[in-house]
Design a protein around this ligand. Structure first.
Ligand code: GTP
Ligand code: MG
Length: 438
């Protein structure tokens, strides 16, 4: 019998990390912690971290970002560890990247935090819109940096469109053109194609959103730093089986479920993508439409991993990002998650000071969920009015709307109609105007 060759798993690419503390700019997260986070990002992206270097600088070296002494140290470390990749924690300009690659030679690829995040997003996107958005962000990121084949990122290229392999476009080369020009032209063409495709998907989603707005069910959205436990809380509150994973950016595409708490108005709960410091600008732009949904929310549940040593900084990053998106009139409920990990369920002082109204919960052990529900209901109820309506049986749609949306206290049937008393979201009052019983 012929021997069947089994595919062998490709070994992890070996990577070194470089963190630079710029003394001239204020960073929300200290360099050491930022490097730890970068290591987590690297392993999520499938890299084996072999070591890390750090440097304090007033400003980046104009050519190679880090100084020449550090660069020699990096070369030594590359030789020692046989690293194939160097990942910088800061965003490198196309020039920095080129100079570094020139200095480090053909065998060593240079990436930055943004490229890594884009790579992770690419492999976690599940919906068509998510995949298109990431692909667009990848191309926009890559366009000014086109110098040579990006082996690490190239394997992700074209996920949404079914294209595989590199973006070189064999056979597309016109007379007298360099490969670089062909690549540039091809990428520009792809970018405009992706924008058209995205617009189609968004129009479709826009119609859904309009429908939802018309139904006027309030929307509650989970936001927070990546890995804070948003999806776990979503599961705990809805029993829906969404993906929970101890890795960064497990969730990318938003999921929504309707929640009908006993004795309270119904609402929609949305689980969404996590935030992180130094989110690539191209990604924020590409995800603009998804993030926009956050700005149309009635209540934001800001989930904080209170067991994380860096929780307070992470919360600041989230607040910063929310301010950038513009969250409008949404009420914010702060949730201190993972309380089960804290000895005697003590909330760190720094969190209490910053968020005195935070609600301690454990999404995993279902602790504190009743209090959280009460807090959500309290806000939803603020906009409720007490009302009695007399609805003819022929108005089936209104009767069912009242039951779905209001907190019903009494129901009385007459021959032709039903008298219902309850607390109705004030924004629905006009629908029942003709039937109000005084
Ligand atoms: N001990 C403990 N672990 C938790 C709790 N909530 C979540 N986790 C764990 O934290 C990790 C991340 O949880 P997720 O729910 O995936 O976090 P997320 O905020 O949705 O993360 P992203 O989607 O990656 O942004 C998982 O390993 C969870 O099991 C909690 O209350 N207690
Ligand atoms: Mg998640």
């Amino acid at each position: 019998m012929p021997k069947i060759a089994l595919p062998t798993a490709s070994p992890l690419q070996r990577a070194l990390l470089v963190g630079v503390e710029l003394t001239s700019t204020k960073q929300l997260i200290p360099v050491e912690e930022s490097l730890q986070e970068l290591a987590q990002l690297a392993s999520t992206a499938g890299l084996a971290v072999m070591g890390a270097l750090r440097q304090r600088l007033a400003k980046p070296n104009s050519a190679t970002y880090i100084g020449s002494g550090k660069l020699s140290e990096l070369v030594e470390l590359i030789d020692e560890t046989a690293a194939e990749l160097v990942v910088f924690d800061s965003e490198l300009s196309p020039r920095h990247q080129r100079e570094l690659e020139r200095y480090l030679g053909e065998k060593t690829q240079v990436l930055d935090r943004s490229a890594l995040i884009l790579d992770i997003f690419a492999s976690h996107a599940e919906t068509r819109e998510g995949a298109l958005q990431v692909e667009l962000a990848q191309y926009e990121y890559r366009l000014p940096r086109l110098t040579r084949q990006w082996t690490h990122l190239a394997r992700q290229a074209g996920g949404a469109s079914g294209r595989t392999g590199s973006i070189g476009g064999v056979g597309l080369r016109g007379p007298g053109e360099t490969q670089l020009e062909v690549d540039r032209r091809e990428i520009t063409r792809r970018i405009s194609h992706l924008n058209t495709e995205l617009q189609k998907v968004r129009n479709h989603r826009g119609r859904h959103r309009q429908k939802r707005r018309r139904s006027r069910v309030p929307v509650v959205t989970l936001v927070g730093y990546t890995n804070a436990g948003k999806s776990t809380l979503f599961r705990a509150l809805t029993n829906a089986n969404v993906l929970v994973a101890d890795r960064l950016f497990a969730t990318l595409d938003p999921t929504t479920r309707r929640i009908q708490a006993t004795g309270g108005p119904a609402f929609l709960l949305t689980d969404t993508v996590g935030f992180i410091q130094k989110l690539p600008a191209t990604l924020v732009a590409a995800f603009h439409a998804t993030l926009e949904e956050i700005s149309e929310t009635d209540i934001l549940l800001h989930v904080i991993d209170s067991s994380h040593p860096n929780a307070a900084h992470q919360a600041l990053v989230v607040n910063d990002t929310l301010a950038q998106i513009g969250v409008g009139n949404a009420s914010i409920i702060t949730v201190f998650n993972k309380m089960d990990l804290s000895p005697n369920e003590v909330i760190p002082e720094i969190l209490i000071t910053k968020f005195p109204d935070g609600i301690p919960v454990s999404a995993l052990s279902h602790i504190g969920l009743t209090r959280l529900h009460t807090a959500i209901q309290a806000i939803l109820r603020q906009s409720l009015i007490n009302i009695t309506v007399d609805l003819p049986y022929t108005n089936g749609d209104l009767i069912s709307l009242f039951h779905r949306q209001a907190v019903v206290s009494t129901v009385e049937h007459t021959d032709n109609s039903v008298l219902i008393t309850g607390e109705l979201p004030s924004r629905l009052a006009s629908r029942f105007k003709k039937h109000v019983k005084t």
